[in-house]
Design a protein around this ligand. Structure first.
Ligand code: SF4
Length: 698
């Protein structure tokens, strides 16, 4: 076996890596080891600890290798054959549709699925199950940024420029992102920018490892980024720092944005956000004065019940200062999940068809129906968003059966104890996963699937670069690919054509379905990706070079102009009060990934990040007489989570922080608030009201 150039199984950076076969691997141990791949431009050979240890999740000992079935409700999961497991899933879905109608079947996908899987899962839901109710965990990730991006620019691609452009800009406002912790190899571009004389302004309630490197760190009260962005725009306008020519020639709607911003004068914004006026002025002036600049947001600014408006406010700041649609300038979202970008383009979202087409557009429906060989009138309309689908699961009006592929909502959904209860109330639950995740453990049937290095498929990284994860080894005996699973289920449900288990064939069909749409992949194929180290969409034909930089001539709106938005501050859905006097914000640590289903099984990562913790300020610790390491219960209106105290001056004294990667008593999402952003349906993960209690619970 030769070495294989491929990509990391985890985050949206999709670092290139080289897998080397291990000739004398002991049975059950990883059969490959991870090495550097310096030729891949995004990470230039660098990997974080998760990437370096990624081979460990391939070890047979770490995963499922036979389907599991629960012979009776309340009984144990037992091993079974693939035939029996697939028959049972097909029966469960068929019986649910027969009893309650097709919409009673739900499908829940994931932002880590390859483009091919996301595409085929959407086709399975709409063309086989005929249910509108398909959504995915990306709804919990960057949906607010995606919604804002489309509204402002007519097109959503996380970064409308290559990551390396960060090194060339003059000022970056990084709002609610911590790449030093979440995607360390990306930090090089921020460092280079600063070495070139650029300035980094970090907006975060915590002094993170990224904030440590900032020229200016603004520490707003959680849930007030919208007011902060409005305040910066106010200063830019009041001090005459706008780019009038850009506003006049490339945008519309400035007057509404101006009116909203002028109602957020600096002293008012200081009162709301806690950020002193001099810092607001410093940030606004530095950004406006830079010849080129970027605002980059991540989950900290986006995961709010006003997430879309918050991102629109950041985009307003870019537009007012002429920092969009120009080289080295723009707004971008640092997507989190491995295929957070591609996962939202190919039809596993409740409101979209492949090619990032709208499900309510008759021409888009006709185009996709033609590729699928179905009547466009048979395609269902938009369905329930991720939280809405899970929240109503097992109720008279909700879904009654659910197929989950590549997601672990028991840990990652807000108000997680309630969601666990709802999943338990379903008539039927099937889960396809690599390991027995907390969600899979509730299922009636568990289908063990192949994973990253065992199957080929494309992903689209945070830059919009379509990359190819190459198979380096065969899956263990007893494991099947998700494409096989979908093909077999479709066949059992009466659809025997159009569900290939060959990734290249699915990708070719995906390209045809996307042709002419906003995210056009028609000119991309596997050989091209290999030869060019990835291809940026849109790429409508084989002769097209791909599009690393969007919007340089015009934005993707009908008139080619970007849209300002008249947005105003509003408080979080759940303000603090006497019973719940502290803000809780949640986030990530370097050594764990998302719900932890994979990384919690890697010994080296567990040593680095063994469990949850509660970060609090020394002043708060003194007030509550809490010692470092003392076990605390964090209590919200939805539940409690127990974890040791970690005392640090790097956090606001009115705020506590918990990472969300763990299940059990320390599950941070037991606390979080599912209040939804009305535009994107993003839950308010990033702020809710809590109190701390001392406890003797372990
Ligand atoms: Fe993998 Fe992301 Fe780490 Fe790169 S930064 S090695 S893609 S987890």
């Amino acid at each position: 076996m030769n070495a294989t150039d491929t990509h990391c199984p985890y985050c949206a950076l999709q670092c290139g890596m080289r897998l080397h076969p291990v000739a004398d691997a002991v049975p059950g141990a990883p059969p490959v080891e991870v090495g550097a791949r310096p030729s891949f431009p995004v990470n230039e050979g660098a990997l974080c600890g998760k990437g370096r240890t990624a081979a460990a999740v391939l070890a047979r000992s770490a995963r499922l290798t036979a389907p599991l079935i629960r012979p009776r409700r309340g009984g144990e999961l037992v091993e079974t054959s693939w035939e029996r497991a697939l028959d049972r899933v097909a029966d469960g879905l068929r019986e649910t549709a027969a009893r309650h109608g097709p919409a009673a079947n739900g499908v829940f996908g994931g932002g880590g699925l390859t483009n091919e899987k996301a595409y085929l899962l959407g086709k399975f839901a709409r063309a086989v199950l005929r249910t509108p109710n398909i959504d995915y965990n990306g709804r919990f990730c960057m949906s607010a940024a995606a919604t804002a991006h489309r509204a402002a620019f007519g097109l959503d691609r996380g970064l409308p420029f290559p990551l390396a452009d960060i090194a060339t800009t003059g000022c970056v406002i990084l709002a609610g992102g911590n790449p030093a912790e979440t995607m360390p190899p990306a930090l090089r571009y921020f460092t280079r920018m600063r070495e070139n004389g650029g300035r980094l302004i970090v907006v975060d309630p915590r002094r993170t490892r990224t904030a440590d490197q900032a020229d200016l760190h603004l520490r707003p009260v959680p849930g007030t980024d919208l007011a902060l962005a409005l305040g910066l725009l106010h200063i830019v306008i009041a001090e005459g720092l706008v780019d009038r020519e850009f506003i006049d020639t490339r945008t519309t709607g400035f007057q509404q944005a101006r009116a909203a911003a002028m109602a957020h004068w600096p002293e008012r914004v200081e009162e709301i956000t806690g950020v002193p006026v001099p810092q607001l002025r410093q940030a606004a002036r530095a950004f406006a004065a830079a010849p080129a600049g970027m605002v980059l947001t991540a989950r900290g600014s986006e995961q709010h019940s006003k997430g879309t408006d918050t991102v629109r406010a950041w985009i307003n700041l870019c537009l007012a200062t002429g920092k969009a649609g120009r080289p080295g300038s723009g707004y971008g979202c640092l997507t989190g999940q491995g295929n957070g970008q591609g996962g939202r383009e190919h039809g596993q979202k409740a409101d979209q068809l492949p090619g990032y087409r709208s499900l309510t557009d008759p021409r888009a429906r006709a185009r996709v129906a033609e590729v699928w060989g179905v009547d466009p009138r048979s395609l269902p309309g938009p369905g329930l968003s991720a939280y809405e689908m899970l929240d109503g699961a097992g109720t008279a009006d909700g879904i009654r059966a659910l197929l989950v592929m590549g997601s672990n909502p028991v840990v990652s959904a807000p108000r997680a104890a309630h969601i666990t209860e709802r999943l338990g109330a379903l008539d039927f639950l099937a889960v396809s996963d690599v390991v027995l995740s907390e969600t899979a453990a509730l299922a009636d049937v568990v289908l063990p699937c192949a994973q990253w290095a065992e199957e080929t498929g494309t992903l689209t990284n945070l830059e919009g670069r379509v990359i190819l994860r190459e198979a380096a080894l065969a899956p263990p005996e007893g494991v099947r690919t998700d494409l096989y699973i979908l093909r077999e289920l479709a066949a059992r449900l009466g659809v025997r054509r159009g569900f290939s288990e060959e990734p290249a064939e699915v990708f070719e069909e995906l390209g045809r379905a996307s042709a002419g749409g906003p995210a056009d992949y028609a000119g991309i194929d596997y050989d091209r990706i290999r030869a060019e180290q990835g291809v940026f969409w849109p790429c409508p034909d084989a002769a097209h070079p791909g599009t690393p930089r969007l919007f340089l001539d015009r934005f993707a709106t009908p008139d080619g102009r970007a849209r300002f938005a008249g947005v105003s501050h509003r408080p979080p859905a759940e303000p603090t009060d006497a019973d719940y006097p502290l803000h809780l914000t949640t986030g990530r640590v370097t050594a764990q990934y998302q719900s932890g289903a994979q990384t919690r099984r890697v010994a080296e990562l567990n040593t680095a990040a063994p469990g949850p913790f509660v970060e609090l300020h020394p002043r708060l610790a003194r007030q509550l007489e809490v010692e470092e390491g003392e076990v605390l219960a964090v209590v919200s209106r939805r539940g409690r989570a127990v974890a040791p105290a970690r005392i640090t001056p790097g956090i606001r004294s009115d705020t506590v922080f918990m990472p969300f990667h763990w299940a059990g008593p320390g599950r941070a999402n037991s606390l979080t608030n599912p209040a939804l952003d009305p535009q994107s349906k993003m839950p308010e993960f990033k702020v809710c009201a809590v109190r701390l209690e001392k406890t003797t619970e372990a």
